[in-house]
Ligand binder design. Structure first.
Ligand code: GLN
Length: 210
């Protein structure tokens, strides 16, 4: 991973709204690329886990031999952004998952799957999000999870109807909603800035250690 230049951001392309994230990441000034294999994961500076169906993404990640490499890279500090099903994938713990459902983890939080979905299959709402300037983002919620609770290291960036819907812990960002569907690229720009900052920090550390 060379440092200067445009960061390469992968989109986990096992299932879900991959194309929309690729477009949003391009608009946010990164070089996006779909990731289906461990070799492809190795070449990215950051990763988006899209919305879709977390039980399917979990199953396919295991089948494609990606679950352990994903966990290892997140532990090593890979910046990750999960939307909706992707938020479920970066949760350390989930509620209302399928029995055999696994997550990558990375954020000390408990996420309840389909939590808003039980009340309302799909809706939109203005959401004020810390770290995103210029007014609320349009939150598109589709059978969306909410964050039931967060641990001390996780920071809640947004709430809706009394529930946390955007969380960050270090280099991992997660939203219950889908900014990739709105044409507003501010949340992807926030993630792109996290990826650039992580690359700079890592390069600095490597240069220092040398
Ligand atoms: N309900 C889905 C799940 O459990 C998430 C829905 C979405 O990503 N839009 O994975």
């Amino acid at each position: 991973m060379s440092t200067p230049g445009t960061p390469t951001v992968g989109v986990l392309a096992l299932q879900g709204d991959v194309r929309e994230h690729l477009a949003a990441l391009t608009a946010a000034g990164t070089r996006p690329r779909p990731v289906r294999r461990p070799e492809e994961l190795a070449g990215v500076d950051g990763l988006v886990i899209p919305g879709g169906e977390s039980t399917t993404i979990s199953k396919l990640a295991v089948a494609f031999g990606l679950m352990e490499p994903l966990r290892a890279r997140v532990r090593a500090g890979l910046p990750v952004y999960g939307t909706c099903a992707g938020m479920i994938m970066v949760a350390d713990k989930i509620l209302d998952g399928r029995e055999d459902q696994e997550t990558v983890g990375g954020v000390d939080m408990i996420v309840r799957r389909n939590a808003f979905g039980r009340q309302n299959e799909s809706f939109e709402a203005a959401v004020d999000m810390a770290g995103v300037e210029g007014g609320p983002v349009e939150g598109v919620f589709i059978r969306a999870p909410w964050v039931e609770s967060v641990g001390a290291r996780a920071e809640v960036l947004a709430t809706y109807a009394g529930h946390a819907v955007a969380v960050r812990q270090g280099r991992v960002l997660a939203t219950s909603f889908h900014p990739e569907l709105t044409g507003d690229h501010r949340v992807h720009a926030l993630f792109a800035a996290m990826v650039r900052a992580a690359r700079g920090d890592d390069a600095g550390r490597i240069a220092h250690d040398r």
